[in-house]
Ligand binder design. Structure first.
Ligand SMILES: Nc1nc2c(c(=O)[nH]1)N[C@H]1C(S)=C(S)[C@@H](COP(=O)(O)O)O[C@H]1N2
Ligand SMILES: [Mo]
Length: 545
C-alpha cells in the first residue's frame, strides 16, 4: 500500500511539476518573473563544497565531449537542463512524500485535503520565493515576484492534494462504488490529469522556447571559419592590416565577432546590472574613498584601448574558450592614485554582481600600468554577458582572475582567495603557452613552383609574453617553422600559417610554439586543473590529390 502511494504520488508530482516549470519558464521569458529551477541551481552550486561543483562540471564536460558536442556551445545548455531536472525531481519527491505521509492519517483528515495541499505548496514555494528575491536576478519588484510564485506553488500543492484524493479511493469518501469502479475512476482521473499536464507543459514550454533569445551567446567554436573583419567596431583599420601573411582558409577570425565571443559565468544566466544607477565604491585602506559612476569612467580618467585575447583556464588543448577584441578602459592605477592607497595596503578585493570575487595583488598593479577597468569592447559598452558595466583586464592571466560585473573594490592588507582559487584553481593563473591547428585546408590546395601546397593554420597564444616561433610536424616528420602574422597587439594571439607540400594519405598534423623569450610550449599533457592545460594540439586529415 505504501509503495503504491509513493508511486502514485511520484506520478501525480510529475504531472503537477512539469506544467509548473513550463508556466514559470513562460513568465520568465515574457515578463522576467523568477524561474525557480535556475535560482535553486545557483544556490545549490554556491553552497555545495567546491570539490563537488568541480566534479559536477568535469563530468558534464566529459559527457558532452563523449556525445561529440562542442563544450563552448553546449555547457550552459547542459547546466540549464540539469537545473530543470533537479527542480523536477524535488517536485516529484515532495509529492511522493506527501502521498506517503498524508496517506497515513488521511482517513481522519481527508476533508481537509485541500488545506494540506496548500501547506505543501508553501513548503515547496516559500524557499523558492526566498531564493527568487535574494539570489535570483529578476528585475521585477519582489512583491510581484512573490505574489506570482505564491499563486503557482499553491496551485501546484492543490493539484497534488486533489490527485491524492482522487487516487487514494480507500480514504476518499467522495468516490463510492465497487473496488473495480474505483480503480477505473482512478485510471480515468490520471489520464485526464496527464492530458491537462501535457497540454500546459507543451504549450508553456513551446511558447517560452519561441521567445528565447540568447544575445551574444555563441561559443568559441562558432567563430571558426567565419569571415575576417577588416576594421574594428569604431571603423578603424587593424594595426596589422597590411601584413602579407594571410590566414589559411578556415582559420578562426583573428578579431572575434562579439556574438561569437566565448562566455563563462558562474550562474545559470548572465548577470544584468543597471548602468544608470550603478556606482562603484572604492573603499578600505584609502585616504579618499570614492564612489564612481559609469560616466566618471568614460570621461574623468585617461582612456586606453588595447587589443586583448582572453582565455579560460578550464579550456582543453584546442579549446574554443578563447577570444579577441578591443578593450577600452581606465588604468586601474589612475583610480587608485585618486583614492590614495595607504602604505599598509597589499591587495584589492573585487566583488561582482553575481557573487563572484577575486583578489588582485597591488604590487602587480604597480608593475603593470596596462591593467585597466574596462567599460567598452569593440568601441561599444560591454555586452551584458561580458560584464556590463565594468570589468577588469589583467594581462597574462586566465579569465578567472578577471571579474566581470564589478560592484565594489576594497583596498586591504589581507589576502583572500578568489572564487575559483577557493575551489582548487591556481592562485596566480598565468596563461600557459598554447598553439592550435584550426584548419588543414585541403580543398584550398594550390599549385606553386610545380608542386601542390595545402594551407595549414591556426593561432598561438601566451598571454602577454608574445610568440616568437610556431612549428608544425606532419606524422613523424621534422618540425617545420610556420609563418607568423603580426598580431593585433602584444597581448593577443598570433595567427600562423604553414603551406604544406601535399602528400596523399592519412596524416596527423601537430603544432607547437615558443613564447616571446623563446621558452618552448610545455609538450607534456596535463589536464586543465589547477593551472591550465598543457600538451600539443593534433589534427588529422585524409588527403587526396
Ligand atoms: N563576475 C564574474 N566574473 C567572471 C566570471 C564570473 O563567473 N563572474 N568568470 C570568469 C571566468 S572563469 C572567465 S574565463 C571570464 C570569461 O569572460 P567572458 O565570458 O567575457 O569571455 O570571466 C571571468 N570573470
Ligand atoms: Mo574561466
Amino acid at each position: 500500500m505504501r509503495r503504491l502511494r509513493l508511486g502514485t504520488g511520484a506520478l501525480v508530482g510529475a504531472l503537477a511539476t512539469a506544467p509548473l516549470i513550463a508556466v514559470m519558464a513562460l513568465a520568465y521569458r515574457l515578463a522576467n518573473l523568477p524561474f525557480s529551477p535556475f535560482d535553486f541551481f545557483d544556490w545549490v552550486t554556491r553552497v555545495l563544497p567546491g570539490r563537488v561543483v568541480t566534479f559536477g562540471i568535469d563530468s558534464m564536460i566529459w559527457s558532452l565531449e563523449k556525445v561529440g558536442l562542442s563544450v563552448a556551445d553546449a555547457a550552459k545548455t547542459a547546466e540549464r537542463s540539469v537545473a530543470v531536472i533537479q527542480f523536477f525531481v524535488v517536485g516529484v519527491v515532495l509529492a511522493a512524500l506527501f502521498f506517503a505521509v498524508y496517506g497515513m492519517g488521511a482517513s481522519r483528515h481527508a476533508r481537509r485535503g485541500a488545506v494540506a495541499g496548500l501547506v505543501l505548496g508553501v513548503l515547496f514555494g516559500l524557499p523558492m520565493a526566498v531564493l527568487g528575491v535574494t539570489i535570483g536576478q529578476s528585475p521585477v519588484a519582489p512583491a510581484w515576484s512573490v505574489l506570482w510564485l505564491a499563486v503557482l506553488y499553491l496551485a501546484w500543492g492543490w493539484v497534488v492534494a486533489w490527485g491524492f484524493r482522487r487516487t487514494a479511493p480507500a480514504v476518499a469518501p467522495e468516490v463510492a462504488g465497487t473496488a473495480e469502479a474505483r480503480a477505473l475512476d482512478r485510471r480515468h482521473f490520471l489520464i485526464r490529469l496527464g492530458t491537462a499536464s501535457a497540454v500546459v507543459t507543451v504549450a508553456g514550454a513551446g511558447v517560452a522556447e519561441l521567445l528565447r533569445v540568447y544575445p551574444g551567446e555563441g561559443g568559441g567554436g562558432a567563430a571558426r571559419g567565419g569571415a575576417q573583419a577588416t576594421v574594428n567596431g569604431r571603423g578603424e583599420p587593424f594595426p596589422n592590416a597590411g601584413d602579407p601573411v594571410v590566414p589559411a582558409p578556415g582559420t578562426r577570425p583573428e578579431y572575434t565577432p562579439l556574438d561569437d565571443f566565448y562566455s563563462v559565468f558562474i550562474r545559470t544566466e548572465p548577470t544584468k546590472l543597471d548602468g544608470a544607477s550603478w556606482e562603484l565604491p572604492v573603499t578600505g585602506l584609502v585616504d579618499n574613498p570614492l564612489r564612481l559612476t559609469l560616466d566618471d569612467f568614460k570621461n574623468r580618467y585617461p582612456s586606453r584601448d588595447q587589443y586583448v585575447t582572453i582565455s579560460c583556464i578550464s579550456g582543453r588543448i584546442g579549446t574554443g574558450l578563447i577570444s579577441t577584441t578591443m578593450w577600452t578602459g581606465v588604468p586601474l592605477q589612475s583610480v587608485l592614485d585618486e583614492a590614495g592607497v595607504q602604505p599598509e595596503a597589499k591587495y584589492l578585493h573585487i566583488r561582482s554582481g553575481d557573487g563572484y570575487y577575486e583578489t588582485v595583488d597591488l604590487d602587480l598593479v604597480a608593475r603593470d600600468p596596462r591593467i585597466m577597468l574596462c567599460h567598452s569592447w569593440d568601441g561599444k559598452p560591454l555586452p551584458s554577458d561580458h560584464g556590463f558595466p565594468l570589468r577588469i583586464w589583467i594581462p597574462d592571466r586566465y579569465g578567472m582572475k578577471q571579474p566581470k560585473w564589478i560592484t565594489a573594490i576594497e583596498v586591504s592588507a589581507d589576502y583572500v582567495p578568489g572564487y575559483w582559487v577557493e575551489r582548487g584553481w591556481d592562485r596566480e593563473a598565468r596563461v600557459k603557452e598554447t598553439s592550435v591547428i584550426d584548419t588543414v585546408a585541403v580543398r584550398s590546395a594550390y599549385r606553386q613552383g610545380g608542386r601542390m601546397l595545402v594551407p595549414v593554420g591556426g593561432i598561438a597564444f601566451s598571454g602577454a609574453k608574445g610568440i616568437s616561433k610556431v612549428e608544425v610536424q606532419v606524422d613523424d616528420g621534422p618540425w617545420t617553422q610556420a609563418k607568423l602574422r603580426q598580431p593585433l597587439s602584444e597581448t593577443t594571439w598570433v595567427v600562423w600559417r604553414y603551406d604544406w607540400p601535399l602528400e596523399e594519405g592519412h596524416h596527423t598534423f601537430t603544432v607547437r610554439c615558443a613564447d616571446g623569450d623563446g621558452k618552448p610550449q610545455i609538450e607534456t599533457t596535463h589536464a586543465q586543473r589547477p593551472s591550465g592545460a598543457t600538451g600539443l594540439d593534433h589534427e588529422k586529415a585524409n588527403v587526396k590529390a
